[in-house]
Every structure is written in C-alpha cells, then in structure tokens.
Design a binder for this molecule. Structure first.
Ligand code: CA
Length: 440
C-alpha cells in the first residue's frame, strides 16, 4: 500500500488513497486536486469547509481543535519516535516551529468528477516529450541503468517510464515539505493513524540524514523524490546504490533507479518477462475469455486466434497472461503478464500501469498503440456510474457495494448483462449500456 499519490505535474494526479482495497477496485484513477503552489499564498489557504466524507474529524470545528492541539499531538508521538532511535535533539530540530498545513484538509476528501477516458489518460502520460526526454536520459545514464538492470533484473525502460510519469524525470516532484504534510495528516483529519507512521518514517529519514530537510519535499500526501516514494515505502525499498552512505531518492540517479527497481522486485517483478503486449482479436472472438481470472500461456492465446499487430510471434510463448480490453470490443486489446500486476502495486490503477508499460515500449523504440480507441464514447459521469451499478444490482447482478467506481465486479456484471442481452460481452460500461439498463 503506497498511500496517497499523484503524478508530479499536479495536472494529473493519480490515485488515491491509502485505502488500497478501495483503490484496487478502481477502474480509473481518482483525480486529486493540484498539490503544488506556494504554501500560504491566497490560493493555498484552507477553505474552512467540512470534508465531503462527512467524517466527524473532517468537520471544521474538529479541524480547528486539532490545529490548536498540534504541538501536544506531536509531543504524544515523541515516545514512538524515541523507540525508533530518533534522538530528542533531532526530534526538536525537525519539528521546531512546525505549523500544520491546514490546506491539506481540502485535499483529503476531494472526489472531483473523473471524466477522463482511459485513452485520454494514456495519451496524457505517454507524450512525445516524455518519450524523447526518456530516451536521452537512458543514453546519458546508460552505465547506471546497465548496473541497475543487472542487479535487479527489472527492465530499465519500465524504471525510466515510472521516473518520467511520476515527476517528469525528477523535474516536478512537488513543493510541500514532507515533514510538515505528514505531521499535519498525523494530527489533523480522518487519516491520522495511517499518517502517524508516515510522519515517523519521515523523521527517521531526516534523523539518519538520507535526505536533507530542504530536499524532502513532495505532494500534499508526502510522496517525494523522483519516483514519489511515501516515507514508509522509502523505508522498505530505498537503496544506496551509489554507495555514498545516503539513500538519496531525490538527487541521485543511481539511487532513484535502483530504489524504484527494488520496489518493483518486492512487488513481484519477474526478470526477463515484459509487462504485456498489444494484441488483435479474431472475428467472432469469445469476449468472456477477457476475464482477469483466466490466465493462459501466450501459446494458448495464440490457439484462440490472438495475435500481435503485424503478426510477429511472442518472444516467450510459455509466459502466462490475461486478456484485457479496457475500452471494449471496439478498442485495443492487451495480454497482460504478471509484471503488469507488479506495476499496479506501485500505483493501483490499470490506466497507470498500461501507460507505464506503453511508455516503456516507446522508450525501447516501439511504436504507438496500433488499434484505435473508441474515442467517440463519452465517459460516464460519477452519478451515471453509480446509477449503472444500482440498475445492475436491481437486476440481480453482483456489483458489490455501489460506489460509482467501476471495478472488476462491475465489469463482470456488465459482461453478464451483455451476454444475457445478446450483446458482445466486453464489460465496457457505455452510455448505451446505461440506457438499456434504464429501460428495463
Ligand atoms: Ca546514495
């Protein structure tokens, strides 16, 4: 679980929240408001509004009370900091004059309408600029990437793609001091238990001197460095690859690359395998095979008539994969290997993982996705997604608890509904499907 994350551009923050179970059920990443901008400026003041969650700790009075109690709250955390080997001197140095960044409370519950289609999301992340810059950096740091690839077995293009998507190769990592953001979240609002651990981990980073205080800056949720590690993820995965005594995921390319590769290895990355392939499905294909539970070898998929665009064979026919059709039968199809799931552990959104895999292919010299997306399809609004789930539930399909998020269960329910209605069962929730459900 990585906690709150976002893409560094602040334009396109990725996902979501600490409640990874919820996040993993997301079809699309959540849009979180911009996180950069100078602290304390007019646009960066807390709204004073209650949080949308309705949680008691997100009510203005509770927030104000927590702000007033901030110093005491930090002092209540001190004994745990001491147990972790943080000296009193360090604790006082790094918390001296610390004031809560209350603006963050406006972000905690934000659930703006997410109206970006899967293809728009991939387009936004996989740009010509990112491809060109990534290729330059891979060439400039070839020796480092050689060494990291040899040590971790993770494809350098995947590591570079994460670097590019998360922070535009380290140029857009966020400006909020991590110690202040995590201290705020540890003491104010509804996520205190989760962020207490992040705050303590941030203190440990500063106490050990891995990152200098002025460099420990990031998103409002405390993700920092070129590939946006949360402090606890840093503790688990960061490595000192250039052996200067510091695990510097902000300023050292070797440390950034190795730490990111190490994170993927711990997430289950299998050396020698890729993330997946774009594939073409034959006429009359049985779309019920596009089920995340149905894992076949690439050779077995070939027997079902699944081919690569252009007809090239799969390099490793024995690798196992599931079939993924994110935009239904009229869009591109992909065979996903287990490494796709490792990327999703880095950030639990399919659109993110596909963008990373595709950008990696482009960095390697590959071409664009060959098959067209159904760009004329309008993405359902949150209200419409919720309504779709309610109709499906009303007709006896299992969608779990209707949430407005279209996860695996909803996709399976749409497929079942399509199959029962004589439609192509591709699981893609469209306006037409919603209208058909409404009419029943
Ligand atoms: Ca280092």
């Amino acid at each position: 679980m990585r906690g709150l994350r976002h893409v560094g551009t602040a334009l396109l923050p990725l996902a979501l929240l600490a409640g990874a179970a919820q996040a993993q059920d997301d079809r699309y990443p959540q849009l979180v408001p911009p996180t950069t901008g100078s602290i304390g400026s007019a646009g960066d003041k807390w709204s004073g509004e209650p949080g949308a969650s309705g949680h008691p700790l997100m009510m203005p009075d509770a927030i104000l009370a927590a702000v007033a109690d901030f110093k005491n709250c930090l002092e209540r955390i001190w004994p745990e900091a001491a147990r972790r080997g943080i000296s009193r001197a360090s604790f006082e140095t790094f918390t001296a004059g610390l004031e809560p960044d209350v603006k963050i409370m406006d972000f905690v519950d934000a659930q703006p309408e997410f109206t970006k289609a899967f293809w728009d999301y991939v387009d936004l992340l996989v740009t010509d600029e990112r491809i060109a810059r990534g290729r330059e950096l891979l060439a400039a740091h070839a020796a480092t990437f050689d060494a990291v690839e040899k040590a971790y077995g993770v494809d350098r293009h995947i590591v570079a793609a994460i670097w590019g998507v998360e922070t535009k190769y380290g140029t857009a990592a966020g400006e909020r001091p991590v110690i202040r953001s995590t201290a705020t979240l540890a003491c104010v609002g509804r996520r205190q238990a989760y962020f207490r651990d992040e705050f303590l981990a941030a203190l440990e980073i500063l106490h050990r001197g891995d990152i200098r205080p002025e460099q420990l800056k990031g998103s409002w949720a405390g993700a920092f460095g070129s590939t946006q590690f949360m402090p606890t993820a840093f503790k688990r995965y960061a490595v000192d690859f250039d052996r200067d005594g510091r695990r510097d995921v902000v300023g050292s390319v070797p440390d950034v690359a190795a730490s990111t590769a190490n994170h993927l290895v711990k997430a289950g990355w299998l050396a020698g395998q890729t993330w997946g392939y774009e594939v073409v499905l034959p006429q009359g294909f049985n779309y019920l095979l596009a089920d995340p539970a149905r894992k076949l070898t690439l050779q077995e998929w070939t027997r079902h008539g699944v081919t690569r665009p252009g007809g090239a064979p799969f390099p490793r026919a024995g690798d196992k994969a599931t079939l993924f059709i994110p935009a239904g039968a009229r869009g591109p199809a992909f065979l996903l290997l287990d490494n796709f799931r490792a990327i999703m552990k880095y950030n639990p959104a399919e659109a993110y993982a596909l963008a990373i895999g595709h950008l990696a292919d482009r960095l390697r010299g590959g071409g664009p996705i060959v098959q067209a997306w159904p760009r004329e399809e309008r993405v359902l609004t949150r209200a419409e997604r919720l309504e779709l789930q309610q109709h499906l539930a009303r007709h006896g399909f299992d969608v779990g608890e209707p949430s407005g998020r279209l996860g695996l269960k909803t996709r399976a329910a749409v497929r079942d509904f399509q199959a029962r209605s004589g439609l192509v069962p591709d699981g893609f929730a469209t306006v037409a499907i919603l209208e058909r459900l409404r009419a029943r």
